[in-house]
Design a protein around this ligand. Sequence first.
Ligand SMILES: NC(=O)c1ccc[n+]([C@@H]2O[C@H](COP(=O)([O-])OP(=O)(O)OC[C@H]3O[C@@H](n4cnc5c(N)ncnc54)[C@H](OP(=O)(O)O)[C@@H]3O)[C@@H](O)[C@H]2O)c1
Length: 234
Amino acid sequence: MTGGSRGIGAATALRLAQEGADVAVGYVNGKEAAEEVVRAVEALGRRSVALRADSADASEAAGVVAAAAEALGGLDILVNNAGVGLLGPLETLSLTDVDRVLAVNVRAVFLASQAAAALMTEGGRIITLGSCMAQRVPGPGGALYAMSKAALAGLTKALARELGERGITANLVLPGPIDTDMNPADGPYASGQAAMTALGRFGTAGEVASMVAYLAGATYVTGAEFAVDGGHAA
Ligand SMILES: NC(=O)c1ccc[n+]([C@@H]2O[C@H](COP(=O)([O-])OP(=O)(O)OC[C@H]3O[C@@H](n4cnc5c(N)ncnc54)[C@H](OP(=O)(O)O)[C@@H]3O)[C@@H](O)[C@H]2O)c1
């Protein structure tokens, strides 16, 4: 699982461990947080390891998948969760910003999925975290982030078609506003985001983790997108 040290990733690591998975916890800067998640997974009776890899680096993005399989003795589920949420007016987004967001949010997902497909056997699962902003951009400032997350829809469908004959599924989860470091429920734009949902509130990381856990067990679901957005797209 990439980005397992905090937020949606940490909640998903724990939820998958509760369901019986051993979990490799990816991180880039949050070593202590990742190690805390490892200890929590181990406390649930599962094996776990923290693996540092910068998704912005192509070789690390692919290499961490092989390292996870090596550490845990195989790979059944890849959760592409690491992401950066860079929002801002069009004229402020630099070429460096464009390259970094596409490298982390898109290229790393492609490379990790490619590496995972080479290692997985029948029943493998590729689950990717996209965003509700790929479907509906509620205001200005989302050009780069929405573009990056929209690319994952095409990738997920193509992976489903290509890997289906090997019994490997690929699905995309589209969170709405979820209370994490990336998007705190008490942040400056939080009330507007909550108001955009039908339920009128932020979601929790655990509510997204529940969907990932469902997809980890789903045998006849592939190439599909699942909004966990409180009705943001309704
Ligand atoms: N929160 C929301 O409202 C929301 C809504 C829609 C979609 N999403 C998506 O859901 C996913 C998780 O979001 P979140 O809110 O849980 O984010 P978060 O709290 O900011 O956590 C991000 C995670 O990704 C890791 N990460 C960031 N950059 C990385 C890099 N270059 N290489 C490797 N790992 C990296 C972080 O590791 P470190 O701890 O080491 O920094 C951390 O574990 C993202 O893909 C995000 O776009 C979130």
